[in-house]
Design a binder for this molecule. Structure first.
Ligand code: SAM
Ligand code: SF4
Ligand code: SF4
Length: 396
């Protein structure tokens, strides 16, 4: 694994003209405190574990690969993730058996939803085999998990049926615009938008719904696509969500100037398509929901809804119930954390399932993370300092 220093001066002008040291954070991990392994009884699964801010553990995101076939400039800029980039060796990755074993312990603590992500999760060989095993898990109430996956859609047309057959319930597809030139330049590998649209249709046909579509909005890059996207997905049965461009990782040259606040996105859409605010569907939901309105101003259910994810301008840490498991088995308590807890060394060591349950419970119950709220309290461009892990490593 290499650590490297790189200057932003070599990048295109769409990035900040500052020097940004880029440090490989993947080795930065905390070992799991021994005390958490001896207190198995106090932390054995009782159905729910709360953190220091009273937030229950509900949602587990699992990154299954750090590789991707796209080079979205806000996530894996080509200049960094080039042919010399040292991806994790296969032996570092959690095996499917290890992932399922860890996931099972999370479920004992009340996790109800698992999202597979990456990198690009559909690049992981035989991902269907992992899905099949995760689909067999049951929540504490005896129900199937809400099992979903976030993908760039490039391989979806080919894989949708097999994913559904393996037990995947639904997918979220990232799509940053409908204009082919804009889309090709955002994925930066010249991938045509038509192929992703084909993938979305295949997912719909396979019954992988309700499908969510994620669009990261970056000022001056794809903001002209907001209305065409809203028009396209209105009435489609799919939920389009606009995501504020975030300061994740250390490689994307993030500047506040490039963020289009969700309020501006909503205002822009309202100029043509009237919207009405909707209630949150579930606690800890990341998106604020807006319904397309009919002539009387009421929600037109047939037209559907959109969502906005305002991670930068309106922090939603207060009910954040998400844990993240990195490709190599580090448990992260926040998307913006700079260190994870090394669960892989436990599963590859002599830890029993009870030890794992106990460790997870202790780690979660000590959680105080609320990065976005802290950032909101500071000058926007300042961030909270410190090094952060890359999105492609920890997953979205
Ligand atoms: N490769 C898959 C994909 O793109 O859907 C899954 C992994 S990707 C890291 C998960 C989500 O994170 C995607 O919807 C992507 O658009 C979003 N994302 C990545 N970098 C981001 C950033 N800097 N700000 C906001 N969202 C970002
Ligand atoms: Fe790949 Fe997804 Fe990151 Fe784009 S956002 S580079 S598709 S991991
Ligand atoms: Fe959750 Fe961290 Fe995002 Fe806040 S900043 S919502 S704690 S992941």
């Amino acid at each position: 694994m290499r650590a490297f220093l790189w200057t932003i001066a070599t990048m295109t002008e769409r990035f900040s003209p500052k020097f940004i040291p880029v440090v490989d954070l993947r080795a930065g991990s905390l070992s799991v405190p021994a005390s958490s392994l001896v207190a198995a009884n106090s932390m054995s699964a009782n159905g729910q574990v709360s953190d220091k801010l009273g937030r229950n553990l509900r949602d587990l995101r699992i990154s299954v690969t750090d590789r991707c076939n796209f080079r979205c400039n806000y996530c894996m800029p080509k200049e960094i993730f080039d042919k010399d980039y040292a991806y994790l060796p296969h032996t570092s990755l959690l095996s499917f058996e290890e992932i399922v074993r860890i996931a099972r312990q999370f479920v004992k603590h009340g996790v109800q939803k698992i999202r597979l992500t990456g990198g690009e999760p559909l690049l992981r060989k035989n991902i269907e085999g992992l899905i099949e095993q995760l689909a067999a898990l049951r929540t504490l109430d005896g129900n199937p998990l809400d099992l979903t996956l976030t993908t760039n859609g490039a391989l979806l047309a080919r894989k949708a049926k097999a994913l559904k057959a393996a037990g995947l319930q639904r997918v979220t597809v990232s799509l940053d615009g409908l204009d082919d030139a804009v889309f090709r330049s955002m994925n930066d590998v010249d991938f045509p938008v038509a192929n992703v649209l084909d993938g979305i249709h295949a997912a719909q046909a396979a019954g992988l719904g309700p499908i969510k579509i994620n669009m990261v909005v970056k000022r001056g890059t794809n903001d002209q696509e907001i209305l065409p996207m809203a028009r396209h997905f209105k009435g489609s049965g799919m939920v389009l969500r606009f995501i504020e461009y975030m300061d994740v990782g250390a490689t994307n040259g993030w500047r506040m100037h490039d963020v289009i606040p969700s309020a501006e996105v909503i205002q822009h859409i309202q100029s043509e398509l009237p919207l009405v605010a909707l209630e949150a569907a579930s606690p800890g939901e990341t998106a604020q929901r807006w319904g397309f309105a009919n002539a009387t101003g009421a929600h037109d259910r047939a037209a559907g809804e959109i969502g906005v994810i305002s991670s930068v301008t309106q922090a939603f840490c207060s009910d954040c119930n998400r844990a993240r498991l990195s490709t190599e088995g580090q448990l992260y308590l926040c998307l913006f954390a700079n260190q994870g807890y090394d669960l892989r060394s436990l599963v590859r060591g002599s830890a029993t399932d009870e030890d794992l349950v106990s460790a997870i419970g202790h780690i979660w119950s000590g959680r105080t993370d609320r990065y976005s709220e802290l950032r909101s309290a500071m000058a926007a461009d300042a961030g909270t300092g410190g090094r952060r892990v890359e999105m492609s490593y920890i997953g979205g």
